[in-house]
Design a protein around this ligand. Structure first.
Ligand code: NAP
Length: 541
């Protein structure tokens, strides 16, 4: 199976497998595919490892997963020698962890940094992929594994006048590495998703004035972060097997599992007690530890919404500001931000909330932001406006499969995939955390490890059977795509709530679900079943 060694005559490098991206998924794939004996290499746009944790250095960036669940499980020694400092680690600790992994397992020598990939073409004549980088370097590989990240392509809002602004302007997803001085400045922030919430609660006390430009309020739940002491770390080390098993069996790869009861079968008093108990717990307990029909039954969901709206009203002193912060979409249909003192920020004299639904932004001016009702003078504008999610990083590469078909063209009417891991017409291409894959609505590491293991097992199967080519069948792809859409349709995700879970980037565009809403546990079982039955949805040759 190995492709031949470096071909100097044409200056094309050859590998069995090429990975695009050296973030959390890419490093894992590099480790695992090397472990099964492939010659493997990775190309990374950034100057170093880390992916989103390399780029997202904005103030307050931290895990929303318990640190000890968002780490690789493939090495017991690694688990033993890393000491998480906080229950939810901050970005510098996460990046230090990923650097430690790269060094500990000697992965860097397989990675070309500052090497964006521009194209990848499948060559039918020899069954390999020819990958070209921005600098013109060519690499040939048998297997192409994309680990480009579902949240990697930052999106600035389409607002007129950015070029006129005389101050500083940053996107959370591309925060400058030199750091940014915000203390004493007039700062405006656009966006109140998970990134915006983390920034807002972190900088409010330091800046001169903070103006929050909010388009859609969302439900934030308390993170309840704190340091881990040595005793807790010891406990965690002893229990890693149990922790990972809990995550594996859960809906979204976290330590939280749904209460098997319906929210309708308990009394009002029991329901409120349950909500309160969950609200007091750290992390995503209120989302993924709630009643089993929270994300399916609009009445149960609305009970949870009412509870959370009540908490917002209690915490924000000014009733008018509190009103602006009250969401009206079903809970969990937008990714829920975890917060540490977020709502109390709005009790500060130096913080103002601008509701863009009442007074939209007209333009950016040389001195700040102009809405339909006022001019807000600013020194710094922070855009926490999200990403071209899930498919955006793949669309940046001209990927062409059989018959020179372009992946972007194929997905123009929405992604079509088999298990979110392969695409019909694109042999030997594996899309880690790609569209229709459970990994985007999941604790990323738990789910990408599953993706990587599945890919490695598939390649091992091919090796044992003497195959060199695998491709999803058109039927299997159609079945999975239909299933993904049907499952989303059975949940409240399929409301008209705008979120990156769906492909519509602008109001009015056609929506296609990008994530798998059936649960990471169901997804895993489905993938395992496919392998156990010798991959009936795939064609080998
Ligand atoms: P996001 O969830 O997509 O939120 C973007 C925000 O910007 C929304 O509030 C959106 O408003 C607003 N926005 C976008 N365009 C706008 C415009 N033209 N005018 C006004 N407002 C605009 O992006 P994010 O906060 O960066 O988070 C993305 C994902 O990254 C999260 O959902 C999460 O999965 C991940 N993340 C994870 C962590 C963590 O685990 N620690 C931290 C941060 C982010 P609308 O709601 O009205 O569209």
């Amino acid at each position: 199976m190995p492709v031949s060694a470096t071909n100097t005559a044409t200056a094309v490098e050859d590998f069995d497998a090429l990975i695009i991206g050296a973030g959390m998924a890419g490093l894992c794939a590099l480790y695992r595919l090397r472990q099964i004996g492939l010659s493997v290499h990775a190309l990374e746009t950034a100057p170093d490892v880390g992916g989103v944790w390399y780029w997202n250095r904005y103030p307050g960036a931290r895990f929303d997963s318990e640190s000890y669940t968002y780490c690789y499980s493939f090495s017991r020694d690694l688990l033993d020698d890393w000491n998480w400092q906080e229950r939810f680690a901050a970005q510098p600790e996460v990046l230090a962890y990923l650097n430690h992994v790269a060094d500990r397992f000697d992965l860097r020598r397989h990675i070309d940094f500052e090497t964006p990939v521009v194209s990848a073409r499948y060559r039918q004549q020899d069954g390999t992929w020819l990958v070209e980088t921005e600098a013109g370097k060519q690499i040939r590989c048998r297997f192409l594994v994309t680990a480009t990240g579902p949240l990697a392509v930052s999106r600035f809002p389409e607002i007129e006048g950015f070029e006129d602004f005389g101050g500083e302007c940053y996107h959370t997803g591309r925060w400058p590495h030199r750091g940014v001085v915000l203390a004493g400045k007039r700062v405006g922030i656009i966006g109140t998703g998970a990134s915006g919430v983390q920034v807002i609660q972190t900088i409010a006390a330091d800046v001169d004035r903070l103006t929050v430009f909010q388009r859609t309020p969302t439900y934030c739940i308390p993170q309840r972060n704190g340091p881990l002491d040595e005793g807790e770390r010891e406990d965690i080390r002893r229990n890693y097997g149990h922790i990972f098993a809990r995550c594996r069996d859960s809906f979204a790869g976290f330590i939280h599992s749904f209460d098997p009861r319906s929210g309708l079968e308990v009394s009002e008093q029991e329901r409120q007690a349950k909500f309160e108990e969950l609200w007091q717990q750290p992390g995503f307990a209120f989302w993924f530890g709630n009643f089993i029909d929270l994300m399916m039954d609009p009445t149960v969901n609305e009970y949870a919404c009412e509870f959370l709206r009540g908490k917002i009203m209690e915490r924000v002193r000014d009733p008018e500001t509190a009103r602006k912060l009250l969401p009206d979409h079903p809970f969990g249909t937008k990714r829920v931000p975890l917060e540490n003192g977020y709502y109390e920020v709005y009790n500060r004299d130096n913080v103002e909330l601008v509701d863009l639904r009442e007074t939209p932004i007209q333009r950016i001016t040389s001195g700040g932001i102009r809405t339909t009702s006022a001019d807000y003078p600013l020194d710094v504008i922070i855009c926490a406006t999200g990403f071209d999610a899930v498919t955006g990083s793949l669309a940046k590469i001209d990927i062409r499969g059989l018959g020179d078909q372009s992946l972007s063209d194929k997905w123009r009417q929405g992604p079509k995939t088999c298990l979110g891991l392969q695409v019909a017409g694109f042999p030997n291409l594996f899309t880690l955390a790609g569209p229709h894959n459970a990994a985007s609505l999941c604790n990323a590491v738990r789910c990408t490890e599953q993706n990587v293991d599945w890919v490695a097992d598939c390649i091992l199967y091919m090796r044992n059977q003497g195959y060199t080519r695998v491709v999803a069948t058109a039927e299997a792809e159609a079945d999975w795509t239909q299933h993904v859409n049907e499952v989303a349709g059975m949940t409240l995700l399929d409301t008209m709530t705008e979120s990156w879970f769906y492909s519509a980037k602008q109001p009015g565009q056609e929506r296609h679900v990008l994530v798998y809403a059936g649960g990471a546990n169901t997804f895993r079982k489905r993938c395992d079943e496919e392998a156990r039955r010798s991959y009936p949805g795939f064609e080998f040759s």
